[in-house]
Design a protein around this ligand. Structure first.
Ligand code: HEC
Length: 274
């Protein structure tokens, strides 16, 4: 019997280690870094394992008891409950509490219950000291402020990486370094159809006042992102990231008013910035 239990224990521990690895992996892969998610998953795991071992031991325990009743277990149970043995029930029987033959025993409060009660008192003292006297724990307001701070950092990071840039939010860049980077993108990807100076070849002249799809950073960004596929303008969203598309669009607009070597005749209509 002992051997079976120890084997079982080994299995439980192995399963636990495996599962916690899976949990950690899952936490890294799919879930946002959330402490409470992990705690909840862990608790669910503990409950499941607890339930399984309960089922297991319930089926086995009778065999153990028949062979040799565990003195330790009996003592432990008695210590937890201090219940009056049936032989002595007369002593705690309440004579005047007898309703339709249903009698009441004046059992003492089980120690496990009192223990729980004292634990809540200790906890409340710790809680009071931690949060309200020493101020070592964050109250709701501070926790909220901290979450806001984290969100702001994440937002700034998203802004920096350009993930938030789209045709609605895009702004015109004017910083020389960023326009230079836009120029490199233009030379590499766009010059073949729009000419290195933007004068136009297959694609239209990008330096004049005329635009087929509207001027301004938002329209230009949109055309660059989605392309005009049936007219031969590629959609760049799979090849350039939003930041790069913003840079090249800003560079295109910086070409306005320059005089290319072989300007293509204007196409589209005059665009006036509102
Ligand atoms: C394969 C050729 C080709 C390449 C490469 C190309 N374009 Fe175009 N582009 C075109 C054509 C053709 C049009 C005209 C589409 C139309 O008639 O609607 C166009 C239109 C545009 C327009 C709209 C002009 C207007 O008048 O509204 C912009 C802006 C533009 N391209 C920018 C770019 C940028 C930036 C790149 C590089 C990232 C690029 N293009 C690469 C062919 C190209």
């Amino acid at each position: 019997m002992k051997r079976i239990i120890s084997l079982f224990t080994i299995k439980v521990i192995t399963a636990f280690l495996l599962f916690s690895q899976i949990l950690m992996a899952a936490g890294e892969a799919d879930y946002p870094e959330n402490y409470y998610d992990k705690v909840a998953l862990f608790l669910i795991f503990v409950i499941i394992i607890g339930f399984l071992s309960l089922v297991y031991f319930e089926s086995k325990i009778k065999v153990v008891k028949e062979k040799q009743p565990s003195v330790f277990w009996a003592k432990f149970k008695y210590y937890l409950t201090k219940s009056t043995p049936i032989e002595k029930e007369q002593e705690v029987l309440l004579a005047d509490h007898n309703y339709d033959g249903i009698k009441e025993l004046d059992n003492r409060i089980p120690p496990w219950f009192s223990g729980l009660f004292y634990a809540t008192i200790l906890f409340s003292i710790w809680y009071m000291l931690h949060y309200h006297v020493l101020g070592t724990g964050d109250l709701q307001e501070a926790e909220y402020a901290q979450e806001v701070r984290i969100a702001e950092i994440q937002r700034a990071e998203l802004m920096r990486s350009g993930a938030m840039i789209n045709e609605e939010t895009v702004t015109l860049l004017t910083e020389p370094a960023l326009l230079e980077s836009g120029k490199q993108i233009f030379i590499t990807n766009c010059a073949a159809c729009h000419a290195a100076d933007g004068g136009g070849l297959v694609g239209p002249n990008l330096t004049d006042d005329y635009w087929i799809h509207g001027g301004g950073i938002k329209n230009v960004f949109k055309v660059v992102k989605y392309g005009v596929v049936n007219k031969g303008m590629i959609a760049w969203q799979n090849q350039l990231n939003p930041k790069q598309m913003q840079e090249v669009s800003s560079y295109v607009l910086s070409l306005h008013g320059t005089t290319p070597a072989n300007p293509k005749a204007p196409e589209g209509t005059i665009w006036k910035e509102e």
